[in-house]
Design a protein around this ligand. Structure first.
Ligand code: PLP
Length: 380
């Protein structure tokens, strides 16, 4: 099997499972306990806060553990729901965790503006400036898109939001562990991340809140500084902290390796003809490990299934929108036609991929595309 769907999820990085296991075996204690074993576990959880804080350039007390990226996004957006409904700004290419939360807020009387993006998937800070209203409470724009890999100009967007008196959240689920993310450099107030996108366990994530300033999301026994109660997922927390530490220490090497693979894959697939890269071409505006295309005369589901039969795991778009029977709303927002949006392919790489696997992957894509096109021509 060749796994090239790392934007959907990653396998546990080496050493992560080993770091987690003791917290499900001998060190199973509830961190709220007062006896020695529990105090040890409490220290490990506190230390995990510090590790995450260090990775994001903030304090450990500004990190709140969640059940993943979706919960962190929900929390960031729903934190004001006890207030009088106001205005939120987001973009048309956000993950469903944001878009569907916005829908819920709209049902509750909130006004939501969905900013457009250009052909590369970039949000224009001037568009944000024009959309700001006196009652704009929050702006939420993703740091990196999960389908086309576009990295948004968050620093500029956050500055515009602040100048207009709003707070700024970014969904950094696809970015954390893959590119440098420093909350103070970005100037964001809230940031979501998810462990399973960078070699950590599924069902584990975090929300950064500047100065710990956020209302409680889950009431109960007062865990997570009173903001998200419930006995901590200790093994998950340790797994996420171990994975982020690893990802940060290996980032430079991983980036140069997978950027080279990504660019090689993009060049070879482009060579097939009738292919366009979706999102930015090579370079700093694109996530290191994500290559995405539309391929003329090729139905993406057919291609993905054909590659799957060859033992190759890729996707048509995001893990969440494929299988819905609808073409990608992200590609449509980028200005692609419905037909083009049905011909998308996303290849996303992690550090474990070898150059032999990359060659095999390219060969398989090439032969599948040719076979599908031939078949289609035969039918015409
Ligand atoms: N945000 C983005 C950009 C994502 O890509 C994903 C997952 O694909 C999520 C949020 C949801 O994260 P989780 O799977 O941890 O709930």
């Amino acid at each position: 099997m060749i796994y090239a769907d790392a934007a959907a999820t990653t396998r546990l990085a080496q050493g992560v499972l080993e770091a987690m296991l003791p917290y499900m075996e001998n060190s199973f204690f509830n961190p709220e306990g007062v006896y020695q074993g529990a105090v040890y576990v409490r220290r490990a959880v506190n230390n995990a806060h510090s590790i995450l804080g260090e990775a994001l350039g903030c304090q450990g007390r500004e990190i709140f553990f969640t059940s993943g990226g979706t919960e962190a996004d929900n929390w960031a957006l729903k934190q004001f729901i006890t207030e009088k409904p106001a205005h939120i700004i987001t973009s048309q290419i956000e993950h469903k965790a944001i878009l569907n939360t916005c829908k819920t807020l709209q049902q509750m009387g909130w006004e939501v503006t969905y900013l457009p993006v250009d052909r590369l998937g970039l949000v224009n800070p001037e568009d944000l400036c024009s959309a700001m209203q006196s009652n704009t409470r929050l702006v939420s724009i993703m740091l990196a898109n999960n389908e086309v890999g576009t990295i948004e100009p968050i620093q500029k967007l956050a500055a515009v939001a602040h100048a207009g008196g709003a707070l700024f959240h970014t969904d950094a689920v696809q970015a954390v562990g893959h590119i440098p993310v420093d909350v103070s450099v970005l100037g964001v107030d809230f940031l979501s991340l998810s462990a399973h996108k960078f070699g950590g366990p599924k069902g584990m994530g975090a929300l950064y809140a500047k100065d710990g300033n956020i209302s409680a999301y889950v009431d109960g026994g007062g865990q997570e500084m009173g903001r998200r109660s419930g006995t901590e997922n200790v093994a998950g927390i340790i797994g996420m902290a171990t994975a982020i530490k690893l990802a940060m220490s290996q980032m430079a090497d991983t980036t140069s390796k997978i950027c080279a693979f990504r660019d090689h894959i993009m060049d070879c697939v482009l060579h097939l003809g009738g292919v366009s890269v979706t999102g930015p071409e090579h370079g700093p505006l694109r996530l290191p490990g994500l290559a995405s295309f539309t391929i003329e005369s090729v139905d993406s589901e057919t291609l993905v299934m054909d590659l799957s039969a060859k033992g190759i795991c890729v996707s048509a778009g995001s893990a969440c929108s494929s299988g819905t029977g609808k073409p990608s709303y992200v590609l449509k927002a980028l200005g692609y036609s419905e037909q083009e949006a049905w011909s998308s392919l996303r290849v996303s790489l992690d550090a474990s991929l070898t150059s032999e696997e990359v060659s095999e992957l390219i060969q398989a894509i090439t032969s599948s595309v040719k076979a599908i096109r031939n078949q289609r021509q035969g039918r015409a």
